[in-house]
Design a protein around this ligand. Structure first.
Ligand code: C2E
Ligand code: MG
Ligand code: MG
Length: 383
């Protein structure tokens, strides 16, 4: 497959020029006039290179980098602009600090002559991870957790954290789940990867409990794990290794668990609940047959997907759906966790609606365990 590039500029001439130059270098090029295209066409997020007008449309400066970070852009980003070199250097440094792959800065007037140098840099950059490398990373313990706090909205007290996987590669740096979970799913590595994450989470919980911190931990668990051979006996062995209160463990499942293995899943999930684990239905509202899953499988918690939460402060329909789901959770005796709270207004609306728990960048981004400890030092916790 040829590498792909996306040129985003509100000037159609720049779009066409960029397209022509990149096509000459063998890129399959798409163009867009605004950043919103990235959210509207998720396929574009997998582009190999993004050439972007800095200071586009409503974006006045560094907020463009926040937008790209939130979309978890993995491709190198080349900024095009007519701003000063100083402003551009500042933007590049800020982007890098956020973990974005900032390729550099090219004044628009030099697009014709300067693009080639940047393309050489991309060609020399590391290739995407392979199955073999992921298998090695699991063996060599390069798999780590990022912890994202969960807050009781009524009291502001930290109740626990979601454990999110990160791959710390010695050469590539931090690799995010979107770039290797699909690889793990295709290659059968999802089960060993989940054991690795679960063990890290149990060790973290044991450490908190030993220090008297009454926190809970949530781990994402795929259908393949639930269906894996000897899953329950291996789970019991792992529980035996760590002195933890199992009622503080939440397993987050997506709707595919119910769809892929209904009868058998029910038995396994019942067994896990007998051991004290709580079960959460992740990304609620995004897949199909969500409501069917709710009464077929024994969930304790609903995680309201951020696609609703993101718009509760701007779109009345998103607000109505969100409030109804919070009420539905209460009626079903389930806790509801609102994911993806990004501003004070969203948090206030959810608190007023009596949504029990919130999670999102406004509270905190996912943090490495040491940073999480520091963050925790400034928070209120259950005694
Ligand atoms: P998820 O389980 O729904 O996790 C929440 C994702 O939303 C996380 O991305 C988190 O960083 C992001 N997020 C949290 N708050 C906000 C916010 O306010 N705004 C925005 N824009 N995003 C927010 P992450 O860590 O990249 O994980 C993405 C997905 O990858 C997860 O979605 C989950 O489906 C999968 N994943 C992550 N860790 C694991 C894991 O350990 N095992 C498995 N099986 N899947 C995992
Ligand atoms: Mg989750
Ligand atoms: Mg989720």
């Amino acid at each position: 497959m040829p590498p792909s590039a996306l040129v985003i500029d509100d000037d159609v001439d720049i779009q066409l020029l960029g397209k022509m130059l990149l096509s000459r270098h063998g890129f399959d090029v798409a163009t867009a006039g605004c950043l919103g295209e990235l959210a509207r066409q998720p396929g574009l997020l997998n582009t190999h290179l993004i050439v972007l007008d800095f200071g586009l449309g409503d974006f006045t400066g560094l907020d463009i980098l926040d937008y790209l970070y939130d979309l978890k852009i993995l491709a190198p980003i080349l900024l095009l602009s007519s701003c000063s070199d100083e402003t551009a250097a500042h933007a590049i440094a800020e982007g890098k600090a956020k973990g974005l792959k900032m390729l550099g800065f090219l004044p628009k007037a030099k697009l014709m002559t300067g693009l080639g140098d940047f393309i050489e840099q991309i060609e020399a950059s590391p290739k995407p991870p392979s199955v073999g490398e992921l298998a090695q990373a699991i063996k060599q313990q390069h798999i780590c957790l990022a912890l994202q706090p969960k807050l009781s909205l009524a009291t502001g007290i930290v109740v626990g954290a979601e454990a999110l996987v990160r791959w710390e590669d010695p050469t590539r740096g931090t690799i995010y789940p979107d770039s290797f979970i699909p690889l793990a799913e295709k290659s059968g590595l999802m089960v060993p990867l989940t054991w690795c994450i679960l063990e890290l989470a149990f060790a973290q919980l044991a450490d908190w409990h030993a220090r008297g911190l009454p926190l809970s931990i949530a781990v994402n668990v795929p259908a393949a794990f639930i269906k894996a051979e000897n899953m329950l006996s291996m789970f019991d062995t792992l529980c035996g290794k760590y002195p933890i209160d199992m009622t503080k463990v939440t397993l987050e499942l997506t709707e595919s668990v119910g769809v892929e293995c209904l009868g058998y899943a029910r038995h396994i999930l019942d067994e896990l609940r007998k051991r004290g684990c709580k079960l959460a239905l992740d990304d609620f509202g995004t897949g199909y047959s969500s409501l069917t899953q709710l009464y077929r499988l024994p969930f304790d918690e609903l995680k309201l997907d951020r696609s609703f939460v993101s718009f509760i402060d701007s779109e009345p329909n998103a607000q109505a759906i969100t409030l109804s789901i919070v009420e539905l959770g209460a009626r079903l005796g389930m806790s509801v966790v609102a994911e993806g709270i990004e501003n004070a207004e969203q948090q206030t609306l959810l608190t007023k609606a009596k949504c029990p728990v919130g999670q999102g960048y406004f509270i905190s981004r996912p943090l490495a365990p040491t940073q999480f400890e520091k963050w925790l030092g400034h928070q209120t916790m259950v005694a």
